[in-house]
Write a protein that binds this ligand. Structure first.
Ligand SMILES: [Zn+2]
Length: 290
């Protein structure tokens, strides 16, 4: 049975309003807007147990009609690796121990290990994808608990945070033992104002503002944030890529959540802009996927 979310996952406020309702692959997906801080989150939604079963087998089948990596998926992941490596290079990040959470077919693990000549491991709950990465010689685990030696100075979560039921608690839990105090975390999520991303597996839909606030509440400070479309679009800012580091303060201490305003209007403008660009400049708006 789906679970109703009674408190905002960011600010814990009790009141929210319906933001979007649609059918996704035959299932109704409802997203709500927090009346206090402006976070957009899915409710009702799958319970923790349902989510676990979903990611072990069903996720890739629901999305791709196939449990293992497809050529399109590998093409996008390679393009994403290029984009993330360029972002890290601009910030002069050179990790020694790297962990990719939600590693999928392991392309980031492989590309980062080669690029930085560093130790690299991945976590992927999907069995078919994990097996694919392991067959390519990569160190992969099903769960963070299975990782023997923690203490990574770079952790990435590319298109993962939006899937996590409690993003603040999850990010806070990585500080210290998993991510070293001087380490950095690299996150990429769909952008609420450009990506039409109300999917069954997306628990939260972030704007740049709410992503920053989630990181702040989890005890991180943002070093850099980029809005861009790579590798899918030259014109639409489909994605938010952020680099952040842990602050010395415990998570959630010191600062309240800064509210975002006019979310519905910004979303409507973003979706309209997307349709206009797709009509006027289709080739640049959507880069063909091979
Ligand atoms: Zn809220």
């Amino acid at each position: 049975m789906p679970e109703k979310i009674t408190h905002c996952p960011l600010c814990q406020h009790e009141k929210s309003n319906l933001f979007d309702r649609r059918k996704f692959r035959g299932q109704t997906v409802e997203n709500r807007l927090c009346a206090n801080c402006g976070l957009v989150f899915q409710s009702p939604r799958m319970t923790a147990a349902e989510l676990e079963a979903f990611y072990t087998h069903e996720y890739r089948q629901v999305y791709q009609g196939d449990e293992g990596p497809t050529p399109k998926d590998l093409f996008v992941q390679n393009g994403r690796a290029d984009s993330l490596l360029a972002f890290l290079a601009a910030q002069k990040i050179t990790p020694r121990r790297y962990l990719d959470i939600g590693a999928s077919s392991g392309i980031l693990v492989q590309r980062f290990a080669e690029h930085f000549d560093c130790a690299a491991e991945g976590i992927e709950p999907g069995e078919a994808y994990r097996a694919y990465a392991q067959k390519n010689g990569l160190t992969m685990y099903a769960d963070l608990q299975d990782v023997n030696e923690k203490g990574f100075d770079l952790i990435s979560m590319a298109h993962v945070l939006e899937h996590i039921p409690d993003p603040v608690a999850y990010l806070a839990s990585l500080r210290g033992e998993v991510l070293t105090p001087l380490g950095v975390i690299l996150i990429e999520v769909p952008n609420l104002y450009a990506h039409d991303s109300f999917e069954i597996a997306h628990m939260t839909s972030f704007s740049a503002h709410t992503l920053r606030e989630v990181l702040k509440q989890a005890g991180y400070e943002v070093i850099a944030l980029k809005k861009h479309g790579q590798p899918r679009s030259k014109l639409l800012w489909l994605y938010l890529t952020v680099l952040a580091r842990p602050t010395p303060l415990p998570a959630g201490e010191g600062q309240g959540v800064r509210a975002e305003r006019s979310i519905s209007l910004k979303r409507r403008i973003g979706m309209l802009w997307r349709r206009v660009l797709a009509k006027l400049l289709p080739q640049q708006t959507w880069i063909p996927v091979k």
